[in-house]
Design a protein around this ligand. Sequence first.
Ligand code: TXD
Length: 319
Amino acid sequence: MARDKIALIGGGQIGGTLALLAGLKELGDVVIFDIVDGVPQGKALDIAEASPVLGFDATLAGGKDYAVIKGADVVIVTAGVPRKPGMSRDDLLAVNAKVMAAAGQGIAKYAPDAFVIVITNPLDAMVWALQKASGLPANKVVGMAGVLDSARFRYFLAEEFKVSVEDVTAFVLGGHGDSMVPLIRYSTVAGIPVPDLIKMGWTTRKKIDEIVERTRNGGAEIVNLLKTGSAFYAPAAAAIEMADSYLKDKKRIMPVAAYLDGQYGVKGLYVGVPVVIGAGGVERVVEIQLNAGEKAGFAKSAATVRGLVEATVKLEPSL
Ligand code: TXD
């Protein structure tokens, strides 16, 4: 049986890391598509030359013609421009919406059966734009944000409790970044909910609130440190975990930007919710009961996303 094929649309900071991680985990053959000639080919060749040392078998290639993604099983989209100082939100939306329109057409033409993971920011609007432009079924197109936000939350909790990150689970809802809604009552250490750990004296409510705030600002914290770009190791690791669950039909439950058709009271938008990811793509949206505060936080997050999508449609009428 031929290997699976992973196509990366965008071979920049995250794209290159995705290619390396896909190789390391032997997820399949990798192609990198980018509009900058040479970069995709150079990164693909460099990672291929690492394979004898790292011990994995995969073919890696790059190119600037969408035909290179032909037949891909998974497509991960990081193509676009990051927000530069002085660039308005609408400028960023306009540029990246055009990129999503082109990527959507390329995927529709060459990889219509793929599972698509969008990473490009502003994430919640770009995943909507990509699905619209590609015409792929909504359950085969998702956005990566929640797995990254929950990874940050899990890391900070593990640091606070001095336990292994492997025994910490985190539950986040809503949009990416500051409109994220973390549910500490469903976040646990070895199954013990965080509120119980507060009662057990392992930490304080104040400390947990600080950790939530740090998670919300996780992207900005890295941008301020790097100064020349945004996070890319953790975002790439998060997207690869989602691809892995699809390719191996693992049916992992993960927080992703998924298409809601009434769940959580939202219709026709991509918002961060827990879903089951298996060979069918999004196989189930996990709809938990929210209390009044959580409902308000989620509704606020969904309203922000709706505003972004409406602005995107105005700026990119082809969507
Ligand atoms: O959690 C999340 N979703 C966020 C997403 C976490 C971190 C980064 N976030 C966003 O991902 C970020 O704001 C960007 O929108 C994307 C990709 O981030 P990255 O750091 O990889 O950006 P780079 O290094 O600028 O790479 C973008 C690549 C670059 O090589 C460009 O040449 C290419 O995209 N590019 C294109 N490729 C194909 N087609 C078009 N039109 C195109 N335009 C640029």
